[in-house]
Design a protein around this ligand. Structure first.
Ligand code: URA
Length: 231
C-alpha cells in the first residue's frame, strides 16, 4: 500500500468535492461526513483512499487519484508551480493536491489553462507528436489581411526549424482575430504575427482540445473538470 493512499479526512474531502480545505473542516464538524458508516468529527483523522467508504451529505464519494482543473488565467500570473517574484497559476487553486499546468501561457496571456497532477496526460498532450487544437483570441496593433489568412493556412517560416503547421486565422474585425494552432512553440502566436509586423496587444486562449472558455468562469476562477472533458 502506498503512503499516498493514507491521507487526512479533510484533505480527502476537499480534493474530491468542490469544498475548500476550511469548508471541508467545517463540514466534518457539522457532521456531514461519515467514514465506514460512522459520523466523523476529526478533520485530521487518517483515511485509506482505497478501502474506506466516505460519504458527504449522505452521498458516497469515489476517490479519484488524478484531478483536473480548468483555470481562466489572469494576466500577471506565471504558468509555473512556484516563482520567487510572481503569483503562479497553482496559487489560484486549492493546494491540497499539488498540481502543475499543462503547457504554458505567457505572463500577459489570459484564458484557459489546465492544471493537473496527471503527469502522463500532461506529457501526452504537450508532446510534439500530439497536435491538440488551441484557439486564441488576439487583438493586434494593425489590421488582419487576407494575405495573412492565406499564409497562416499554408504555414510559413517564423523562426523555428520547420515552418508553422497550417493554422486557421479568422478575422473578427479589422485588428481582432481568432487563431487556431495545432502546436505550441514558445511565444508561437506572437511570433507568427510578428512575422507580418503585427504586435499582439492582448491574447486570450479560448479553447484547448475539447475545452472551451465560456462565460461561466470569471478571470482568476477555476472549475474542476474530468479527464474526458479535455481530449
Ligand atoms: N502564443 C503566445 O505567443 N503566447 C502564449 O501565451 C500562447 C501562445
Amino acid at each position: 500500500m502506498s503512503s499516498k493512499t493514507i491521507i487526512r479526512l479533510d484533505k480527502y474531502l476537499s480534493s474530491q468535492t468542490k469544498l475548500s480545505r476550511s469548508d471541508a473542516v467545517k463540514a466534518i464538524y457539522h457532521h456531514k461526513v461519515t467514514v465506514n458508516g460512522k459520523m466523523a468529527s476529526d478533520p485530521a483523522m487518517k483515511v485509506n483512499t482505497e478501502t474506506d467508504v466516505i460519504t458527504f451529505n449522505g452521498e458516497e464519494l469515489s476517490y479519484e487519484e488524478f484531478i483536473y482543473y480548468l483555470l481562466n488565467k489572469p494576466a500577471g500570473v506565471v504558468s509555473a508551480t512556484e516563482d520567487k517574484e510572481y503569483k503562479t497559476v497553482c496559487d489560484l487553486v486549492p493546494k491540497d493536491i499539488p498540481v502543475f499546468p499543462i503547457g504554458r501561457l505567457d505572463i500577459d496571456t489570459e484564458g484557459l489553462i489546465v492544471l493537473t497532477n496527471d503527469g502522463k496526460l500532461s506529457h501526452d498532450l504537450t508532446s510534439p507528436k500530439k497536435h491538440v487544437d488551441k484557439k486564441y483570441y488576439a487583438k493586434l496593433d494593425k489590421d488582419v489581411t487576407d494575405e495573412m489568412i492565406k499564409a497562416f493556412a499554408e504555414g510559413f517560416d517564423y523562426g523555428e526549424d520547420k515552418p508553422s503547421l497550417p493554422a486557421l486565422l479568422e478575422r473578427k474585425c479589422e485588428n481582432e482575430a481568432y487563431v487556431t494552432i495545432h502546436e505550441g512553440k514558445f511565444h508561437q502566436v506572437k511570433r507568427m504575427f510578428k512575422t507580418f509586423d503585427r504586435e499582439v496587444l492582448y491574447l486570450q486562449r479560448v479553447s484547448f482540445g475539447k475545452l472551451i472558455l465560456d462565460g461561466s468562469i470569471a478571470t482568476g476562477e477555476y472549475k474542476k473538470i474530468k479527464k474526458e472533458d479535455i481530449i
